[in-house]
Design a protein around this ligand. Structure first.
Ligand code: GCU
Length: 674
């Protein structure tokens, strides 16, 4: 429990002086009624890596917490003022803003699920705590955040010292010159509001959990220290990479060692503070069946970091994927970063272990961690459990491709994600987008991101979950349904008449009954990625659209669609592996019967999908949507969804649905070994 200590008068005066100077410098032109934010520098996109091996002190735990939709807490605003938990000196002193009697909130973790009244809240909140350093030693002190969603401003002892836009990824700030030996007053403003210019926009099919969602640490480093290092397998017998430093000089020596195999290499720092290395090493390759990790140390004269790293290769060869030179198919499942058994962010290692353990019960070797970077625990746990991982940034649906600030945030997100996880053997795919429609600005934006990824790390596959040209495809599907429907006893006579009109209108393009429907992905983004990934919802979404277009009942369309799917093939116009990054259907656990929302229908869709995917030799894997039902504001159907997306194979409490076992059986089938 945090004790809020009354601070000395001098401290208050000092703070107010600081605060007024600070605010005056940054907001002199704003009326005190309208100080909604204070400018502060954004940290560089460089990530302080290997955090768990550093000299850190956790700032997790109970913080003071205030909800503030009017931003009155912003220093300089008439009611707000710098953070303080001072108590009124007497009954005449008017205080309208103080942390003294504020609520307590747990860090890490979203705030939405810690207060019932905040579940739907998307605006400003404030976190406040004190920390002492007792003995401020030589060297540098940094505040390190595993991530915060979405806009974060850090105030320390009354000064705004940093601002970060973008959730999910780590950032840190050097606080050495702002640090006191005791009663450091740390206040953090977080705002989880999204809009048309944010990354993602306000329209997402997942919950905008906000706040200090990940670990917060105080890090102490020498004056000259190692910032980060990438250590990769360059080829079967060579390890290479680079060490990024701060405050060190050209010619200083860095030692990289793998004690278990008695390998040690030295490298000298260049004028940019970077040391590049490569050295021979014979290692036991990491794979899902053999998740072998090695202790790796990187040391300079004054600093030393270490991590457990697996070594493997991943590449594409024509339409195949090779792991350590051997062909592999990704038997996967998609997830959100939401724990089993409770709402909110799966912020802890235990949450992720439980989620991935349930995924492994399906027989998967691969997880698509949609749609944003998870905590660093996800790839660490995947390394240990032998799970291959797809990580992605939330370039989701209709991003503002032409806003430079939107691009800056997107580039910052992917740069931080790569620098955090570039040593994780489990991570084999970086994904730059999900379901973005074609336009030239979208191509320019995503091409920039793809180049950034490849410059930082060219050892992994780059992908993006594509939509395809759904409307054009559906026009085709209607003709196939009509051709097959004429011979089927599912449609009524009246519906067969409609199908006949459809075929007459199609003229020479009318397909023959029982002919095959070949769906080909041609999105130009396929030229820029290594893995052509495609989200398709045959058996779930399209039937309603087709019923509306044709006047045939949705029941008939759905039943014909399930019959048609086994004669659909999926391919792309690119000589690359294809991947089904999403398919699925909704079901409320326990609901039985024929129609939509029943477990039986969901299982039928999965069965029809397997036949379709098995007909498609270019497809080298899939991550059905999704392991677990998850919170989503788009999904309001009372009694069924209740603001949860119900495409999970387990419900929010872990109750398995029929389709869980259908997928598990498929993954045990021999299709995956062909
Ligand atoms: C989309 C999207 C997901 C969404 C899913 C659905 O493909 O990528 O974020 O949840 O479909 O409709 O359930």
């Amino acid at each position: 429990m945090l004790t809020t200590r009354p601070i000395s008068n001098a401290g208050v005066i000092l703070m107010l002086v600081f605060c007024n100077i600070a605010v005056a410098a940054e907001d002199s032109d704003q009326s005190p009624f309208a100080v909604l934010s204070v400018d502060a520098p954004s940290p560089s996109s460089q990530v302080m890596g290997w955090i768990d091996s550093r000299n850190t002190r956790s700032l997790n735990g109970s913080w003071k917490f205030l909800v503030d939709p009017m931003q009155v807490g912003t220093p300089g605003s008439l009611f707000g003022g710098c953070a303080t938990s001072r108590m009124p000196e007497d009954e005449y002193q008017l205080l309208e803003y103080s942390y003294a009697d504020a609520a307590d909130v747990r860090v890490p973790g979203d705030f939405n699920t810690q207060f019932d009244e905040l579940l739907y809240y998307r605006d400003t909140v404030w976190y406040q705590r004190y920390f002492d350093v007792e003995q401020v030693e030589k060297g540098r002190y940094h505040l390190w955040f595993g991530g915060a969603n979405y806009k974060t401003t850090i105030y320390l002892n009354g000064r705004a010292i940093a601002h970060q836009s973008g959730g999910y990824v780590p950032f840190s700030v050097d606080i050495t010159e702002h640090l006191l030996s005791e009663d450091n007053d740390l206040v953090i403003q977080v705002n989880n509001r999204l809009d048309k210019d944010t990354v993602p926009t306000e329209r997402t099919d997942w919950w905008p959990y906000g706040g200090l969602t990940r670990d917060v640490m105080l890090v102490h480093t020498p004056d000259a220290y190692i910032v980060n290092a990438s250590v990769q397998l360059e080829d079967r017998s060579t390890i290479s990479g680079e060490v990024i430093t701060a405050g060190m000089h050209r010619g200083e020596e860095i030692v990289i060692s793998l004690p278990q195999i008695n390998v040690q290499a030295k490298a000298k720092i260049d004028e940019s503070g970077t040391a590049r290395f490569h050295f021979p090493a014979t290692v036991d390759l990491w794979s899902p069946s053999n998740p072998k990790l090695y202790n790796v140390q990187v040391a300079s004269a004054a600093d030393q970091i270490h991590d457990r790293i697996g070594f493997r290769t991943i590449e594409v060869q024509g339409t195949r994927i090779l792991l350590n030179g051997n062909r592999i198919r990704f038997k996967g499942i998609s997830t959100h970063e939401e724990p089993i058994g409770r709402d909110g962010v799966a912020y802890s290692r235990a949450d992720i272990e439980a989620l991935f353990t349930e995924a492994k019960k399906l027989g998967v070797n691969f997880v698509r961690a949609a749609h944003y970077p998870y905590s660093r625990h996800a790839a660490q746990v995947a390394d240990e459990m032998g799970l291959l991982l797809w990580e992605e940034v939330p370039i989701y649906w209709n991003i503002n491709w032409q806003n430079p600030e939107t691009l800056r945030i997107a580039r910052d997100q992917i740069a931080r994600l790569v620098q955090r996880d570039w040593n994780r053997a489990s991570v084999v795919v970086w994904s730059v987008a999900n379901e973005t429609t074609y336009s030239e600005p979208r191509m320019t934006f995503l091409n920039r991101l793809i180049q950034d990824v490849r410059e930082l790390d060219d050892s992994r596959l780059v992908s993006a979950a594509l939509l395809g040209d759904t409307r054009r495809e559906l026009q085709h599907v209607v003709t196939y349904l009509a051709a097959n429907g004429l011979d089927s006893d599912i449609p009524s006579d009246k519906e067969k008449l409609i199908f006949q009109h459809v075929l007459n209108a199609a003229g020479e393009y009318a397909p023959k009954p029982n002919s095959q429907f070949d769906l080909v992905i041609t999105d130009p983004l396929g030229d820029l990625v290594d893995l052509v990934s495609y989200n398709e919802y045959f058996g779930w979404y399209y039937s309603r659209f087709i019923a509306d277009q044709t006047g045939v009942s949705e029941r008939t369309i759905r039943q014909l669609m399930l019959e048609l799917m086994p004669s659909v093939t999926l391919s792309s116009a690119f000589d690359k592996p294809m991947f089904i990054s999403e398919f699925g259907a909704g079901a409320k656990a326990g609901m039985r019967g024929e129609g939509v929302w029943t477990e039986d229908y969901q299982a039928k869709v999965y069965g029809a999908q397997f036949k379709m995917i098995s007909n498609s030799p270019q497809v080298q894997g899939m991550t059905p949507w999704i392991l677990k039902d998850f919170r989503a504001m788009l999904r309001s159907l009372g009694g069924v969804q209740d603001f949860r997306n119900r495409k999970g194979l387990i419900d929010e409490n872990g109750r398995r649905k029929q389709a869980f076992y259908v997928l598990r059986d498929f993954y045990e089938s021999d299709w995956y070994e062909q």
